[in-house]
Design a protein around this ligand. Structure first.
Ligand code: 1CP
Length: 352
């Protein structure tokens, strides 16, 4: 496949997303650009996270680091799920060791009405510019991403990271009309922003609905699944892989597969063979090495990785990843070793 200026595109990742059997299993890591890397930490001495996003040449450098250093088969745009929320008119800051913080969280109908849809090229020109530069410079596919509507709403309503999502769940239960309005507005943004990223050069999209697994199954079906389904139905016309990911989503995996996503992300709690039974045959799977096990001895890491690889490759359509993001204190050498284990694995050669 040709992508213009770059020599040869490594399309292993895209082929696995499209349910092809690949001789080598593709691998990338959520949060693969980040604080575990000393060069990233050095750049963060000079720029805040938001400033990195606002300087395309720095954003490109940070996005490419894990591709060059680890040999992963896909890059993920360096940004944050909150960047487009700022463009909707709800200012946020990323607080060190905390995460996104919003001083004026959403409480009322007027707050929801004030959120505006935006044109990505006009409001986030630096993000679009970074994607265009990455498309030219990368030899692997670029994954664009958005937050999922529940997860974005949780930050917008709670005003900071939360353990129990009390205000969010209360709005969902007590003001279903207002909740639906907020979900619809976020869905419109996610669809438009996803389309803009693909138009600029993203080869796949991942929707991070990280915290949606906090919902009861009936709540998910009633208050979130319809809007997630609308998002994926509308994005499907782009013809690129659409990955849907959250943690603690074991009980939701069957519903995830009905949303129109083409790849389902799985965390470490559910074995991939069980996940496969729950999602059926029509979607690809991505996951699910426990990021905490990157601190285990090498032989333990190898055993866990080989078990995951054997289960993942039982059927076509499998991408190796962690079950959630790389932790900031992870040893970069261990990540590299894990990439090598995955790339050396021959599907169909299950160990005993
Ligand atoms: O500057 C820093 O190093 C602060 C840590 C950090 C980083 C590296 C934050 C703050 N955001 C990011 C970048 C980021 N965020 C990426 C970069 C691309 C890559 O993966 O290499 C991505 C994909 C995200 C997406 C994101 N932001 C998610 C979904 C993924 C997940 O981990 O579940 C979420 C939930 C956020 C919110 C957020 N931003 C930052 C933090 C620490 C958090 C989580 C806060 C919480 O626990 O609620």
């Amino acid at each position: 496949m040709s992508n213009g200026a770059t020599a040869l595109l490594n399309d292993l990742f895209l082929r696995a997303c499209n349910m092809e059997t690949t001789a080598t299993v593709p691998v990338w890591f959520m949060r693969q650009a980040g604080r575990y890397d000393a060069d990233y930490r050095a750049i963060r001495q000079k720029y805040t996270l938001v400033e990195i996003c606002e300087h395309p040449e720095v954003c490109v450098e940070v996005t490419k680091m894990p591709v060059d250093k680890l040999g992963v088969d896909a890059a993920i745009l360096f940004s944050d799920i909150m960047v487009p929320v700022g463009a909707m008119g709800l200012p946020f800051v990323i607080k060190e060791h905390v995460g996104p913080v919003i001083d004026t969280p959403i409480k009322s109908e007027a707050d929801v009405d004030r959120l505006r849809l935006f044109d990505a090229e006009e409001s986030l020109p630096h993000v679009m510019q970074s994607i265009r530069m990455l498309k030219r410079e990368l030899s692997v596919p670029l994954i664009g991403f958005m937050g999922g509507p529940f997860t974005l709403a949780s930050y917008m309503i709670e005003g900071s990271p939360s353990r129990d999502y009390l205000n969010t769940k209360t709005m969902m239960a007590a003001r279903p009309d207002l909740w639906a309005k907020l979900m619809d507005k976020l869905a419109d943004m996610v669809i438009a922003y996803g389309k803009a990223q693909v138009a600029a050069g993203a080869a796949a999209l991942q929707m991070f609905d990280s915290w949606v697994g906090s919902l009861a199954v009936p709540q998910f079906r009633q208050s979130v699944k319809p809007v997630v389904t609308r998002i994926f139905q509308e994005l499907r016309e782009l013809g690129v892989p659409l990955i849907y990911f959250g943690v603690n989503t074991g009980e939701l995996l069957g519903d995830f597969a009905e949303t129109g996503a083409t790849v389902i992300g799985v965390d470490w709690r559910v074995p991939l063979s069980v996940a496969r039974q729950r999602v059926g045959q029509a979607v690809a799977l991505q996951g699910n090495f426990d990021p905490a096990m990157l601190y285990a001895p090498n032989d333990v890491i190898e055993r866990i990785a080989l078990d995951i690889l054997a289960e993942g490759t039982e059927q076509p359509g499998y991408i190796f990843n962690l079950g959630h993001g790389v932790k900031p204190t992870t040893d970069i050498g261990v990540l590299k070793h894990l990439v090598d284990i995955v790339h050396a694995y021959k599907p169909g050669s299950a160990h005993s």
